[in-house]
Ligand binder design. Sequence first.
Ligand code: NAP
Length: 273
Amino acid sequence: MRYLNQHAIITGGSSGIGKATAKLLAQQGANLSLIARDRHKLEQAQEEIATLKVDSNQKISILAANVANQQEIETAIQKAIAELGTPELLITSAGMAHPGYFTEMPLEVFEQTMAVNYFGSLYSIKAVLPAMEQQQRGNLVLISSGAGLIGIYGYTAYCPAKFALRGLAESLRGELKPKGIKVIIVYPPDTDTPQLAAENKIKPPETKLITATAKTWTADAVAQQILQGVTQGSLAIAPGTELTILNRFHSLLAPLLDWYFDRIIKQAKKINN
Ligand SMILES: NC(=O)c1ccc[n+]([C@@H]2O[C@H](COP(=O)([O-])OP(=O)(O)OC[C@H]3O[C@@H](n4cnc5c(N)ncnc54)[C@H](OP(=O)(O)O)[C@@H]3O)[C@@H](O)[C@H]2O)c1
């Protein structure tokens, strides 16, 4: 059991990809601290995950905090460390996406998307680092998105926040490596979660057509890829062939993808006129 008695802190651990990863870690003996805002959802996740424990001493702890609020997330992470020790893993899965037309979305959507996805991850990393540095080990797993590799029509608020995570991971990696701390970035594809369901309700038709070309993954399958990648020492985890190719060659492929997406966008405009 790879994670027996080890501690993993997961922001966004009450739902979707975060919860699925928590379930796998519980099956591998980990102690977990799940952080999200809604206490009721956290309690439900805690109950569900507790059924997967493999050791009677295993602890599944929950903490309510908004990752976009620096003080709240710092306090929650400090509590988690005081209770269950320095984590082997911090997974920053708390996130939000609000698709729409750039010209129609209010500034608050852009600000909130950056606050939750980017600064929420940054604050979490800052809060956990002193303990990891002292222990000279740890893994920081940042959940970006396929939308962190290429700009996607309708995602002008979300893509920049997920691109920013990539920039953070790539620039922080070398600084923390000598300290025994790994920085890992994950680019999940479309995944069947409450977030995706909410996005699908408000996506512009052009975005619907573009994203319809990609297969939707289960959260469990994405979680498997995340833990497999961490175990193998991958620094970037891009589940599936499409995102693996995109991760390696995105700059080369960009002109071709632009041409392809423009065709789809024209089609969508024809259908909706
Ligand atoms: N689903 C996809 O297709 C997909 C694809 C690529 C990347 N991703 C990324 O994967 C991550 C997980 O998404 P998901 O699809 O699994 O979503 P999800 O099922 O909606 O889960 C999101 C989790 O984040 C928590 N959360 C949201 N805002 C928060 C905040 N301000 N403070 C603390 N917790 C917060 C939610 O709990 P509360 O609401 O109770 O706070 C929930 O636990 C996100 O970063 C997302 O951008 C998702």
